[in-house]
Design a protein around this ligand. Structure first.
Ligand code: RRO
Length: 300
């Protein structure tokens, strides 16, 4: 067993928010999905107070070792998430983490309050790191800004609060320290790295409808490992590490860097069962090496 913020988890592999649609997967794979669910906890895609259409297409660009997305937070909004998605997500055989984003402290407070009395939700992840939309408030890039927002909203929920940090900042460890000091129970990182894909047919113009996007996949794994290690040695709250994880060995590298849980993101687009495979590989790796089995040992 692994533990994160009082949640007992069967193993340390979770999904990165927005990279696995459990409702669509259940439609496609039926009850088999529930029998062998790929993740130890399920993190929802980001929801906002009001519905959002997302960015105009194209929304994806493939790079040599990853992809750039500019999805732009399309979601049905808080009210319809609670009414339509939550009952379905509550049927998953693992704890549910709901990911939220707001462009003001007031919006975030509204989201946290609305989720607080829903027993189906085990924890909340606050996304302060989306590089794809212009909110006018890059709260996750600056320690003081993040502290101010967290101090204003932290009391609005009794649930464990995971803050998903942005990698697009000068000193991610300083931001993580600010999150811990302002009431975060855990931090998760990294989100996508801000990136640009030129349109091959229109020199100087962006391919993506949203202009810039976020780079994910194997291309960012080395950056993610450096940021996770930098954060893990500066905070005492648990760290959920992710970025380009494709194998059990990659997951082990994140645990060795100080993560308590490991997120799988882009790899699930290629193989929807990647989470289950990676957790098996991780388990086998530790069993074979004789090292402390951090995939089953009690943790933080
Ligand atoms: O929706 C998106 O475009 C998006 C989000 Br909210 C995020 O957190 N990270 C990302 O790469 N894309």
């Amino acid at each position: 067993m692994t533990a994160l913020c009082q949640l007992d988890l069967a193993h340390p592999i979770v999904n990165g928010s927005g990279t696995f649609d459990a409702i669509a997967a259940r439609r496609a794979f039926g009850e088999a999905l529930l029998d062998d669910f790929p993740f130890a906890a399920f993190v929802s895609k980001t929801i906002t107070v009001h519905p959002r259409a997302g960015n105009p297409p194209p929304r994806l660009w493939e790079t040599p070792a990853g992809m750039i997305n500019s999805i732009g937070l399309p979601n049905k909004g808080l009210e319809r998430y609670l009414a339509e998605d939550l009952p379905q997500l509550a049927e998953l055989p693992v704890p549910l983490v709901t990911n939220v984003m707001g462009s003001t402290a007031a919006e975030i407070a509204t989201l946290l309050e609305a989720l607080d009395d829903r027993d189906e939700i085990a924890a909340v992840e606050l996304n302060v790191s989306c590089p794809n939309i212009t909110t006018g408030l890059d709260i996750g890039a600056d320690p003081a800004e993040l502290s101010a927002v967290l101090r204003e909203v932290r009391g609005r929920t009794a649930k464990p609060l995971i803050v998903k940090l942005t990698p697009n900042t000068a000193d991610v460890a300083a931001v993580a320290e600010a999150a811990e000091a302002s009431g975060a129970d855990a931090v998760s990182l990294i989100n996508t790295l801000r990136a640009f894909a030129p349109d091959p047919g229109r020199p100087g113009e962006p391919w993506l409808g949203g202009g810039t996007g976020g780079l994910s996949g194997p291309a960012i794994r080395a950056v993610a490992l450096a940021q996770v290690a930098a954060v893990a040695c500066r905070v005492s709250i648990p760290v959920v590490g992710m970025g380009g994880v494709q194998t059990g060995q990659h997951a082990a590298q994140f645990l060795e860097a100080g993560a308590t849980l490991v997120g799988v993101g882009t790899e699930s687009f290629r193989d929807p069962a990647a989470g289950a495979r990676i957790s098996r590989e991780l388990h086998d790796l530790f069993a074979k090496s004789g090292a402390i089995d951090r995939s089953t040992a009690p943790n933080v």
